[in-house]
Design a protein around this ligand. Structure first.
Ligand SMILES: O=C(O)CCC(=O)C(=O)O
Length: 339
């Protein structure tokens, strides 16, 4: 399959036939419903006692603000192994079948490429997202399915979390303000969350992530054909960003900059409004690892093989699917096995 048809196949079949204007209320995660009662939920949520944090406090913060931060949650030596896997991938890119997204004007006709077809200089530069490197990298899987993250999301979905995809950044993304549900779509669009793991301390001039506290409740943007962005939309991502910035400012929501340290994790709600600040010092890297998650009922198939039982890997009470396009490469970066 060509990369262009790969991209089309990822997004298109996951979208509902008739595009909605809002999430479907009955299918919302329990915590997003009006009647949600965290204290009574916790009485029957057995895993809470095995978590190294006060789950009730974190869930209450999430419900109000649309995100949580876990400081010092991920061991630095696991991060270092993942970074050495990334180094190997870039240095010897001609050997590997891993996709990158290049958000640069010169690649706009076909932004998704194989690493082996892109020069080391470009791979090491800005506006590059390494896609789904967790599939070959065992360390990448252990990061995305770390018990701190899985335990929290199991409570948010009241179900087993499934890791859908990952993006690895060496520099700040400088991405427009957005909400993820418009771009990352599962069969139940509200069953979505993301984690952002700092692979190094974040410097304020490196183009940090920003987000608006409590913005997961702003009224949804209409792309002209509903809440998802696709080729039939009459509005574009810039319109989306402008609408969201204005809506958050009008509501007086606080804009926060994510200045966290290596090993800290941000987890955000499907609808949290966020984006990437401008890079003020181009010398500064901002190494980070983003993963998106859904629930078992909303993400039953790998996005490139709808209707086909995926090859599942279970870890810490969460799951991730093997990449059906490159099955032979799954877990071939083995350094993470020692953790
Ligand atoms: O890390 C960033 O700068 C942006 C990441 C992001 O917005 C996303 O993956 O949805």
């Amino acid at each position: 399959m060509s990369l262009i048809s790969y991209t089309k196949k990822i997004i298109k079949p996951l979208l509902p036939k008739k595009y909605p204007k809002e999430f479907d209320y009955p299918t919302l995660p329990w915590i997003d419903k009006d009647e949600a009662n965290i204290d009574s939920f916790l009485q029957s949520f057995k895993q809470k006692d095995s978590l190294p944090y006060d789950l009730g406090e974190k869930l209450k913060f999430w419900q109000k603000n649309g995100y949580v931060i876990f400081e010092n949650a991920i061991p630095h030596d696991l991060i270092d192994v993942y970074l050495s896997d990334v180094e190997e991938l870039i240095n010897n890119h001609k050997r590997y079948e891993v996709l990158v997204r290049l958000d640069k004007p010169e690649f706009s006709d076909n932004p998704i490429r194989q690493v082996k077809d892109v020069s080391v200089d470009i791979l090491r530069g800005k506006s590059v997202k390494i896609m789904d490197f967790h599939n070959p990298s065992v360390a990448g899987k252990k990061l995305m399915l770390h018990p701190t993250i899985v335990g929290f999301l199991a409570a948010v979905f009241d179900e087993k979390p499934i890791a859908m995809q990952s993006l690895t950044f060496l520099y700040g993304s400088q991405q427009d303000t957005h909400q993820d549900f418009a771009y990352v779509v599962s069969q139940v669009p509200s069953h979505l969350a993301a984690s952002w793991i700092a692979l190094e301390d974040v410097h304020e001039n490196s183009g940090p992530l920003y987000y608006y506290e409590g913005s997961h409740k702003v009224r949804k943007f209409d792309f002209g054909n509903g809440i998802f962005f696709n080729k039939e939309s009459s509005k574009n991502p810039v319109d989306f960003g402008n609408y969201l910035d204005r809506a958050c400012e009008n509501l007086g929501l606080k804009k926060k900059t994510l200045l966290i340290n290596k090993g800290d994790v941000l987890i955000w709600h499907a609808s949290l409004v966020h984006g990437g600040e401008d890079i003020k010092n181009p010398e500064l890297t901002r190494k980070s690892y983003v993963s998106h998650y859904s629930s078992g009922q909303a993400y039953k198939f790998h996005r490139t093989r709808l209707g086909e039982e995926p090859v599942r890997q279970e870890m810490n009470g969460g799951e991730v699917f093997a990449d059906p396009l490159f099955l032979q490469n799954e877990n071939t970066f083995k350094a993470g096995e020692k953790f």
